[in-house]
Design a protein around this ligand. Sequence first.
Ligand code: SF4
Length: 245
Amino acid sequence: MSTIIDETVFDVDKINADFQRRDPAAQIQWAAETFGSRLIMTSSFGAESMCLIHLAVSVRPEIPIVLVNTGYLFPQTLAFMEAMRQRFALNVREYHSRHDPVVWLTVNGESDPRVRQNVEACCAANKNEVFDRAMRELAPAAWLRGVRAHQSDHRAAMLPVQWNKRVNCWAISPLLAWTHRDVHQYMKKHELPYNPLWEQGYNSIGCNPETCTRPVGSPDDQRSGRWAGMDKKECGIHLDQGAGI
Ligand code: SF4
């Protein structure tokens, strides 16, 4: 069983206060020095994912990058991931749903693959179980994630460094204070590519059913295209509850 690096190693309140003055690169540097090879990151290879990936691999080129493949990702996202993996020599760890995508829909009464009637059941089986399994297998001490405070009320309540009981490790959010403009400027400066769907108005990119990801009108509108018209705002990876599967 892997050792937990707990608050006897660092003062989390002090670190979170310090992080107000440190840019994302310095935050990641601290994480790399503190957690070493037990630091991983997650990425959906969505619209602006190359921002955090570039920051992370600039500090730790071999950092494992977990991609949760639900079986319903856009083909453009998978092609983008593969292109980025080759171009930047990324250490991508792709974890798949245990289910065949077509069979899962049939067995669960989802007659039209373009929409999802029961998003909670689908996310639990095909996304959260996969994420929980990846985290169990890799047993990281800390995990970098790309959430930003302005994306939702839930994310606005997050801290840059916080303990995640669900996966038993520290969750670190170096981009929490960054705006869409900050990310754009970083990507422009480093000539980083966006997921090609971004040019079609997909500002936040998850799975391909139109109930799960839609293009939106404004570049400042980050999340309204996800589960549009539903109360659901998060796939669950950033929630405290696991899939329970
Ligand atoms: S985002 Fe949609 S397709 Fe993807 S796992 Fe959740 S419900 Fe299923």
